[in-house]
Design a protein around this ligand. Structure first.
Ligand SMILES: Nc1ncnc2c1ncn2[C@@H]1O[C@H](COP(=O)(O)OP(=O)(O)OP(=O)(O)O)[C@@H](O)[C@H]1O
Length: 287
């Protein structure tokens, strides 16, 4: 799917400002940003529930979505919902096709119960299954783990990951829970004031952010000349910050071998949270 130069205004307020990105089937992308950044608006535009915008979206065939709370009928059972929404999409609901997913989401046992007896998390999970009934190529999920406890969130995210792979579905997920996003997404977009400020790849391998402080600029220059640990993010007269997959002990050993002395050394694991804090100003943005 190609999202090209999307601009959306509500009255005079520019909510999305020439925003572009593309995503493929089978890929899971995260969308993060402070309240009001424009995440839901972007998702509604992709899901085609909001019109009147500038720019274009190409290859939007068959998009399933769960945006805000799922629209459910309290007096109907979960199963009745699945039959009803399948019929709207022109399909018949074949339970066996969804059994593994329903079991994984622990919904199989409650499908005959009325939805008004469901917890918020159960309703969200039913909403996720409904978003998949049209055999979509892409699914847009706005804060899908809202109202879910930690165990349920993990379960749901793992099921989504499996489905993206098995059914070749492209999934766009927004959330303020950065750990959730990090656990399933291969790529994360940071949205601020209607534009993508930053795009981060999420790696399966551990990455570390390391800061080394030397006594003299000459020692720093020696280190920089010989190091092959990773990417240098910043440097000053006597210090350097780099991103590496090498563990701390190996960095120390390398510095020793060069015969130079470290004055100070800090390291932290690179997480989506600390990258977000660094780039977007962190806590004040509320993610
Ligand atoms: N229907 C609407 N009419 C007018 N303004 C709107 C409408 N929908 C959203 N907005 C405004 O657009 C901006 C972006 O809202 P949006 O819901 O897309 O943000 P968000 O990133 O999803 O926020 P949150 O994290 O709180 O869900 C906000 O300033 C909001 O007030």
């Amino acid at each position: 799917m190609i999202i090209d130069s999307i601009t959306k205004k509500y009255k005079q307020q520019v909510v999305l400002n020439g925003l572009s990105f593309d995503f493929k089937q089978g890929e899971i992308i995260g969308l993060v940003g402070k309240n009001g950044a424009g995440k839901s608006t972007l998702m509604k535009i992709i899901a085609q529930t909001v019109q009147n915008f500038d720019g274009s979206i190409k290859e939007t065939q068959n998009v399933g979505y769960l945006i805000e709370e799922p629209k459910l009928f309290g007096k109907k059972t979960g199963l009745a919902h699945l039959n009803y929404f399948s019929a709207i999409y022109g399909n018949k609901f074949h339970r066996n096709e969804y059994e593994e997913l329903l079991k994984g989401l622990q919904l199989s046992g409650v499908l005959n119960r009325k939805v008004r007896e469901y917890s918020l998390g159960m309703k969200q999970k039913l909403g996720i299954v409904i978003s998949l009934l049209n055999n979509p190529s892409y699914v847009i999920l706005d804060e899908p783990t809202n109202g879910m406890d930690i165990e349920t969130s993990i379960e749901v995210l793992q099921q989504l990951k499996k489905m993206a792979k098995e059914r070749n579905i492209g999934i766009l997920i927004s959330s303020h829970k950065l750990e959730d996003i990090e656990s399933v997404c291969s790529r994360v977009l940071f949205l601020e004031d209607g534009v993508i400020q930053e795009e981060q790849q999420v790696s399966d391998q551990n990455h570390y952010l390391v800061k080394l402080v030397f006594d003299t600029p000459t020692e720093l220059a020696t280190f920089q000349k010989h190091q092959e640990f990773g990417t240098i993010l910043r440097s000053s007269d006597t210090s350097v910050e780099l991103e590496t997959t090498t563990n701390t002990a190996d960095v120390f050993q390398f510095v020793n071998k060069l015969g130079i002395r470290l004055n100070d050394f800090t390291t932290e694991k690179k997480t989506l949270r600390n990258v977000y804090m660094n780039k977007m100003g962190g806590a004040k943005h509320g993610a």
